[in-house]
Write a protein that binds this ligand. Structure first.
Ligand code: NAD
Ligand code: UDP
Length: 348
C-alpha cells in the first residue's frame, strides 16, 4: 500500500509518517518545507534504523500548487509500477492569526492547493483521500461535546478554507457515489511528541499555541506564560480545550486507512480529539506535577477570536474507525517535555 503524504515533514505529518512506516506502508512525502525542517526526515530514518525496521520512504521537496510536479509524481509512480493507492493530505497553512492578515495566501495554498491535488488524483484514478480538517470549522460552540453534525460556522479565514475543502470533497463524492473514498478528520488540539523524543513540535518563531509556549517557558526560551483571560465561563475562568496526544491522532489516520480499505466508497467527517476538556490552569498544574517544572504565568486580557470551551464528541471515531485515544494528559506532558529537553532548539 503506497501512501502520498502531503505535509509529511510537519508536526502532525512526521508522526503519521513514522507510524505508517512502522506498519509497513510505503510512504511518499511531498512537502515544500516552508514550515518544517528537512532534519525531520533524517530523524525518522535514524529512529527506524535504530529499531531495525525496514522501510520504504521517499521525499519530494515541492509545492502542492505545482500541477506539473503533481502530474510527474503520479505518472512516475505508475511507470515504476508502484502507484499511489491513497493520499493523506496535510500540506497547508495553519495559523489562525496569519490567515486574518494574509487571507489570499490561505485561499491560495489551502484551497487551490487541495483543488490541484484532487484534480490530479482524479486524472490518475487515485480515489482515496484522508484530509486534515479542523475543529475551527465549528466556530462558536452551541452544544458540548461537539458532534460532527454541529453547525459549521468558522470565524476566521483559516477555518473558512477548511470548510471550502470539505465542500469540495462533498461535491466530489456526490458526483459519483461509487467511486470516491473520503474521510475528513476534524482535529481538535494535537499536542505532545513522540515518546522517543526524536520528533515533536518545532514552531518557527514565538509559538501561538498553549502547549509549545508552555514547554518553551519550562526550558527558559520564553520568560513566562500569558494566560489569555481568567474570566471565561468555565470552572476556573480559563479557556477549555480538547488536547489529544499526537500519537493518538496519528493512530486515527492508520485506522482511517484501514476503514477506507474496507469500503467500496464512502464520505465521512470525523472528529479526532480526546473527548475531554481541560482548562489552561489544569494544563499548567498537570505539567508541573508531571515534570517538576514551575511555570511562571501572568493573566492577560482575552485573545481575539477565542472561545470559552471546546471539546469533542468522539463516539463516531470510536464506532466507525474502532479507534480510541489511549494516552493520558500526564503522558502528553511527559512526552512534550522530554522532546523539549532533548531538543531545546527544536530541529535546528
Ligand atoms: P505544519 O505546519 O507543522 O505542517 C504542514 C506542512 O505542510 C509543513 O511541513 C509545511 O512545510 C507543508 N506545506 C505548507 N504549504 C505547503 C505547500 N504549498 N506545498 C507543500 N507543502 C506545504 O502543521 P501541522 O500542525 O502538522 O498541521 C498539518 C495539517 O493539520 C494542516 O493542514 C493543518 O491545518 C491541520 N490541522 C492542524 C492542527 C494543529 O493544531 N496542529 C489542528 C487542526 C488541523
Ligand atoms: N492560551 C493561553 N496562552 C497562550 C496560548 C493559548 O492562555 O500563550 C489559551 C487560549 O486562550 C485557549 C487555550 O490556551 O484557551 C488553547 O489555545 P491554543 O492556541 O493552543 O488552541 P486553540 O485556541 O487554537 O484551540
Amino acid at each position: 500500500m503506497r501512501v502520498l503524504l502531503t505535509g509529511g515533514s510537519g508536526f502532525i505529518g512526521s508522526h503519521i509518517a513514522l507510524l505508517l512506516l512502522e506498519n509497513g506502508y510505503d510512504v511518499l512525502i511531498l512537502d515544500s518545507f516552508i514550515n518544517s525542517s528537512s532534519n525531520v526526515i533524517k530523524r525518522i530514518k535514524i529512529y527506524l534504523d535504530s529499531k531495525d525496521i525496514k522501510y520504504k520512504l521517499e521525499t519530494i521537496n515541492g509545492d502542492i500548487r505545482d500541477k506539473k510536479l503533481l502530474d510527474s509524481i503520479f505518472i512516475n509512480s505508475i511507470n515504476e509500477n508502484k502507484p499511489i493507492n491513497i493520499v493523506i493530505h496535510l500540506a497547508g497553512l495553519k495559523s489562525v492569526a496569519e490567515s486574518l492578515i494574509k487571507p489570499l495566501n490561505y485561499w491560495d495554498v489551502n484551497v487551490l492547493g487541495s483543488l490541484n491535488l484532487l484534480l490530479t488524483m482524479k486524472e490518475y484514478e487515485c480515489y482515496s483521500i484522508v484530509f486534515s480538517s479542523s475543529a475551527t470549522i465549528y466556530g462558536l460552540c452551541e452544544s458540548l461535546p461537539i458532534r460532527e453534525d454541529h453547525k459549521i460556522s468558522p470565524v476566521n479565514t483559516y477555518g473558512k478554507t477548511k470548510v471550502a475543502i470539505e465542500n469540495m470533497l462533498y461535491d466530489l463524492y456526490k458526483s459519483n457515489k461509487n467511486l470516491w473514498k473520503i474521510i475528513s478528520l476534524r482535529y481538535f488540539n494535537p499536542v505532545g511528541a513522540h515518546p522517543s523524543s526524536m520528533i515533536g513540535e518545532d514552531p518557527i518563531g514565538i509559538p501561538n499555541n498553549l502547549f509549545p509556549f508552555l514547554t518553551q517557558v519550562a526550558i527558559g526560551r520564553q520568560r513566562m506564560l500569558q494566560i489569555y483571560g481568567d474570566d471565561w465561563e468555565t470552572n476556573d475562568g480559563s479557556g477549555v480545550r480538547d488536547y489529544i496526544h499526537i500519537n493518538d491522532l496519528a493512530e486515527g489516520h492508520l485506522a482511517s486507512l484501514e476503514y477506507l480499505n474496507s469500503k467500496d466508497s464512502c464520505l465521512e467527517f470525523i472528529n479526532l480529539g480526546s473527548g475531554h476538556g481541560y482548562s489552561v490552569f489544569q494544563i499548567i498544574k498537570q505539567f508541573e506535577i508531571s515534570t517538576g517544572c514551575k511555570i511562571p504565568f501572568s493573566i492577560q486580557s482575552r485573545r481575539d477570536g477565542d472561545i470559552a470551551k471546546c471539546y469533542a464528541d468522539i463516539s463516531k471515531a470510536k464506532r466507525l474507525l474502532d479507534w480510541t485515544p489511549k494516552r493520558s494528559l500526564e503522558q502528553i506532558c511527559l512526552d512534550g517535555w522530554n522532546w523539549q529537553v532533548n531538543n531545546p532548539n527544536g530541529y535546528s
